[in-house]
Ligand binder design. Structure first.
Ligand code: ZN
Ligand code: ZN
Length: 137
């Protein structure tokens, strides 16, 4: 199967609902700006660490139904394929990963951490929205 980009498969960007939706499984799902941001983040992290550094994706594209099931915001950027939820890379805590993304993403998009799941979300909304669920700010 063709890939979304060099380090991204369609399986990784696809909606994980059980309704047979194909959102994210084909071109037109993951937003090109988000794909570019993700690859830039991955490349910078790999460069910093001196070795290839995969980023585990929990959720990228979501259809309306699945977004509701997982408690996403009603106008979540996941609905447009413009957001990704990730696990901290090996050796990083959730807070460290949040801080890293906070600095790196800058004004390109939002960064949100979820205290219950140890997930850090980032998106390409074009403003520097921040919500740190771990430290309550
Ligand atoms: Zn779906
Ligand atoms: Zn998210």
């Amino acid at each position: 199967m063709k890939k979304v980009s060099e380090h991204l498969s369609y399986a990784e960007t696809a909606c994980h609902c059980n309704h047979g939706c194909l959102f994210g499984l084909a071109p037109g799902g993951a937003h090109p700006s988000m794909v570019a941001l993700f690859e830039t983040v991955r490349a910078a992290l790999s460069l910093e660490r001196g070795h290839d550094c995969p980023i585990e994706i929990i959720s990228w594209c979501r259809c309306k139904e699945h977004n509701a099931e997982v408690g996403g915001a009603p106008h979540s950027y996941h609905l447009k394929g413009m957001a990704v939820d990730t696990l901290p890379p090996d050796g990083m805590t959730t807070d460290e990963w949040y801080d890293w993304l906070d600095r790196f993403v800058g004004k390109a998009g939002g960064v949100i951490s979820y205290i219950d799941k140890n997930i850090v979300h980032f998106d390409c909304r074009g403003t520097d929205y921040r919500k740190d669920g771990h430290r309550g700010r």
